[in-house]
Design a protein around this ligand. Structure first.
Ligand SMILES: Nc1ncnc2c1ncn2[C@@H]1O[C@H](COP(=O)(O)OP(=O)(O)OP(=O)(O)O)[C@@H](O)[C@H]1O
Ligand SMILES: [Mg+2]
Length: 504
């Protein structure tokens, strides 16, 4: 066993484009393994061996067929073998031709049937691709098997010619069909010469109920663009065919090339209706969630308008004020839903909400003789919806408190120093694990003996309950350090890892 060190060393001897050719081969040889019902192995000759010494190879790739059992139960990638063990591989490398025969690998593998195909790149044999299977026991192959094998031999000739893997490979996706999903073999005129049973089923799903053999795709009422293009450019082309919303079939056309000209094609078909239906469902679920947020926002706005109307009819100052506060709280929740209705994911950049919240409080102040400047610093990043709503309400209360209590009109003295304007700063800081939100003002500070736990006001009760129960965070309030305007500093900590956990 040579292991990966040898593997890398041998590959390091290869230049970029050669390596890219081998990578493309390994990325696209799945259907070939299916067609030959056998394992495919890629042998790269090890360089640096002395003249006359036997040639050694390292196995750099292996693919198992999905249409048959594998001959290899163990992983062989990285194994180093020599010419003595693999005479056919060495022969293919030297002669540059396809060599067929048996090889006895003794131990647990026993006798294998081998087809050693030289891998050519720009006229040079750079590796050997070997098809390996347990000997069949003289069983008569059916039509499907014979057809697949003959198509495989055409691909094998392309490998030996340097025409496969295709230079301009459109990237194979997860959804790329394999031979077992459905295969059509086309002749040089694009007529179907063989349709596998699964291909026939896929055609049925597309509404084709006649016998496809002898027909062109266009005669069957199918789009022929992929086939035309693949024949014209000599490279694979993938296309999705839809029938209404219900049926989606992906079609991948691999042209079979001889001396650069397409002499036919292998057409792989896969019914991916279920995958597409699930995609559409997810998209429509997202759209539905956004629509719901939009409606919640509208409903909340209606509620706050109704309350406001009711408030106007009241005469008691206290009652009017209570209604006004409720209107404000509802508005800030509506704001969150409006933002959520515009976000495709469940996360919201919280700063997008902070600014309009600040503006609402600013507008509610409305006393130009005592201007208060609001500032937002830092970035809260994207926060999950579960955190955003309560946090928006908390911030509204804290901003409102600063506006209501930090700069009372009846305490003009400390504010006499006109050089220092009244200000409220929201500072946000998200380190990925937790969010710190600080609301600091430069006002009169908290009343003497203030105790958050004992605060009776509705505002702070709401804040306390939201922070501890809904976002499982913590809050602290303190007055600033001394001076005539100590100010109040309120800090809220929100654990984000936990918040995300709660969302799920
Ligand atoms: N930034 C601040 N500066 C000075 N005092 C504050 C500040 N924030 C809160 N306080 C004090 O904390 C008390 C409780 O605030 P709380 O929000 O619970 O009630 P409220 O604002 O009086 O009434 P409500 O919010 O229900 O309208 C306030 O009355 C005020 O004395
Ligand atoms: Mg308050």
């Amino acid at each position: 066993m040579g292991g990966l060190a040898e593997l890398t060393r041998s590959l390091a001897g290869l230049q970029g484009p050669v390596l890219a050719h081998l990578h493309r081969l390994v990325a696209s040889w799945g259907p070939l393994a299916d067609l030959c019902f056998a394992d495919l192995l890629l042998f790269v000759p090890l360089h640096g061996d002395d003249e006359g010494e036997s040639q050694r190879f390292v196995i750099v790739g292996h693919v198992r067929p999905t249409t048959n059992q594998t001959a290899y139960r163990h992983d062989v990638v990285g194994t180093v073998v020599d010419e003595g063990e693999r005479p056919l591989v060495a022969q293919a490398l030297r002669s540059g031709t396809i060599v067929e025969g048996d090889v006895d690998l003794s131990d647990d593998l026993g006798r294998l049937q081998v087809l050693a195909i030289p891998v050519r790149w720009e006229g040079q044999v750079v590796a050997v691709c070997s098809r390996e299977s347990k000997p069949d026991l003289g069983r008569q192959p059916g039509e499907l098997e014979r057809t697949y094998l003959s198509v495989f031999h055409r691909f094998a000739a392309m490998i030996a010619d340097g025409a496969f893997p295709f230079a301009a490979e459109d990237a194979e996706t997860e959804e790329a069909p394999r031979v077992g999903d459905g295969a059509l073999v086309l002749d040089a005129e694009g007529r179907v010469v063989y349709a596998s049973p699964n291909a026939v089923s896929a055609l049925h799903r597309l509404g084709v109920h006649v016998n496809a053999e002898g027909e062109r795709l266009a005669d069957l009422g199918l789009e022929e663009v992929a086939v035309h293009t693949a024949f014209a450019i000599g490279a694979p082309v993938t296309e999705e065919i839809e029938r209404g919303h219900e049926v989606t079939v992906v079609l991948r056309c691999l042209p079979l090339l001889e001396d650069g000209a397409a002499t036919g094609a292998l057409l792989l078909l896969r019914d991916i209706s279920d995958l597409r239906r699930r995609d559409r469902l997810l998209v429509s679920m997202d759209a539905t969630i956004r629509e719901i947020h939009h409606r919640v926002k509208n409903n909340l706005q209606t509620i706050s308008s109704l309350l406001r109307l009711q408030g106007r009819r009241l005469t008691s100052r206290e009652a009017k004020q209570a209604i006004e506060e409720s209107v404000r709280r509802i508005r800030s929740i509506a704001l969150v839903h409006e933002t959520l209705s515009q976000e495709p994911t469940g996360d919201v950049p919280f700063n997008d909400i902070v600014r309009p919240l600040v503006r609402t409080v600013e507008e509610s102040l409305g006393s130009p003789d005592r201007p208060v400047r609001f500032r937002v610093e830092g970035d809260a990043g994207r926060l999950p919806a579960r955190v955003v709503t309560p946090l928006a309400v908390v911030l509204t209360e804290l901003l409102q408190n600063a506006a209501d209590h930090a700069f009372p009109l009846e305490v003009p003295a400390p504010l006499a120093d006109a050089s220092e304007e009244a200000s409220v700063t929201v500072h946000l800081d998200n380190d990925g694990e937790r969010l710190r939100m600080e609301v600091a003002d430069n006002g009169v500070g908290l009343p003497p003996g203030f105790d958050l736990a004992g605060a009776k006001g509705l505002g702070l009760s709401i804040v306390r309950s939201l922070v501890t129960s809904q976002i499982e965070g913590s809050i602290s309030m303190r007055s600033g350090d001394g001076g005539s305007r100590p100010g109040a500093v309120i800090e809220v900590h929100v654990p984000l890892a936990l918040a995300q956990h709660v969302v799920r």
